[in-house]
Design a binder for this molecule. Structure first.
Ligand code: THU
Length: 128
């Protein structure tokens, strides 16, 4: 199995931990760091809906909080047959920590790979 497929399979497993009683939409993410560590994430919802965190940001926050800021790839999985693409807020966070990275999604059996810069052109940057 190739690396991208493997990362997607890990995202599928991470989805099983999703806490999504409000939307019923479970998402899993798997972020690969430059030194080969995989951090997983799932969406964690809240009765106060705005407190929900997406799977992608869960994975990124886990990596960064463990001192791993160089993420090279992230796979995203849900129960949908169509690919699940990161939401707008996640695209901004993804751009912060993996601007040169790749996003892996799947449509049934077929994997698609996108550059982060393709999914989030002109990401906001704080130029002070
Ligand atoms: N969700 C994610 O986890 N990632 C995305 O990229 C899109 C949306 C979650 C948030 C919420 O728990 C549920 O999916 C429905 O929006």
């Amino acid at each position: 199995m190739d690396e991208n497929r493997k990362l997607y399979e890990i995202a599928l497993l991470a989805k099983e931990n999703a806490y999504a009683p409000y939307s019923g939409f479970k998402v899993g993410a798997a972020a690969l760091t430059q030194d080969g560590i995989v951090y997983t994430g799932c969406n964690v919802e809240n009765a106060s809906y705005g407190a929900t965190i997406c799977a992608e940001r869960t994975a990124i926050v886990k990596a960064v909080s463990e001192g791993k800021k160089n993420i090279v790839k992230m796979a995203i999985a849900s129960d949908n047959m169509d690919p699940t693409y990161p939401c707008g807020i996640c695209r901004q966070v993804i751009s912060e920590f993996m601007p040169e990275g790749e996003i892996i999604v799947a449509n049934g059996k077929n994997i698609s790979i996108y550059k982060v810069s393709e999914l989030m052109p002109y990401a906001f940057k704080l130029d002070k």
